[in-house]
Design a protein around this ligand. Structure first.
Ligand SMILES: *Cc1c(COP(=O)(O)O)cnc(C)c1O
Length: 217
């Protein structure tokens, strides 16, 4: 689907819930996509992208950035502690802070370098054992811990279970954010971003609807 069509749908969803379109950031999720497709979206003027693997982002974005220094990169995939330094060098936002060890590592490197990307805490709203994210019942405490480290915590992120109505999960994430005074909500993908916008999403992560299907690698 052309990028302009996605932007139209974002505008319509914002209007329907009396929100300003400028309050919703479209993250074009370029993981696994061939460089020609990424180039095409860059050519259309889009500059905000998401990757879920540090390694892949490191192989792709430094070259694009030589031509497009204003690219904003969001890391939206699980992060191992041994990749944190590289992730912090590459990305302007990390959406997947989900455990104390990771937060501590980020804090240590931020102290050392004097710089830190914007952070989101991933919440495992569906309490799925195989999925990353802090459990909802532990989220208030973890939010306090991350704040106590002095880190730039912006908001929360979730990936709802595939077989459940995502709106329930979006509403839960919004509730946890609200009671903790966090304003950013990273939620909504190709199949459900309008519903996420209706429930307050500030960052939607849209891959296949923009780029087409991912070729399985
Ligand atoms: C791949 C991915 C997306 C994009 O998914 P689509 O369904 O292609 O829009 C969003 N969020 C995360 C965390 C992802 O890994």
């Amino acid at each position: 689907m052309p990028l302009a069509d996605i932007q139209d749908r974002i505008r319509a969803a914002c209007e329907a819930s009396n929100r300003a379109a400028a309050d919703v950031t479209l993250i074009a999720v370029s993981k696994v996509q061939p460089n020609e497709r990424v180039q095409d979206v860059l050519d259309q003027g889009h500059r905000v992208f998401g990757e879920n693997k540090v390694q892949e982002a490191a192989g792709k974005w430094p070259t694009f950035r030589e031509t497009y220094p204003d690219v904003q990169l969001h890391l939206i995939g699980p992060l191992q502690t041994n990749k944190v330094r590289q992730a912090m060098e590459l990305a302007q936002s990390i959406h997947t802070v989900d455990r104390p060890k990771l937060a501590n590592t980020i804090a240590r490197i931020a102290d050392e370098t004097g710089a830190c990307p914007d952070l989101f805490i991933q919440v495992n709203t569906g309490e799925e054992p195989q999925k990353a994210g802090i459990l909802p019942a532990q989220s208030d405490e973890f939010i306090s811990e991350v704040r106590a480290l002095g880190l730039p915590l912006k908001g929360l992120m979730c990936i709802p279970p595939v077989d459940e109505e995502p709106s329930l999960h979006f509403a839960l994430l919004a509730k946890i954010a609200k009671r903790n005074g966090l304003s950013a909500l990273s939620m909504g993908m190709s199949g459900d971003f309008e519903r996420a916008i209706a429930l307050g999403a500030t960052h939607i992560r849209v891959g296949s609807a923009i780029f087409g299907d991912r070729v399985p690698g």
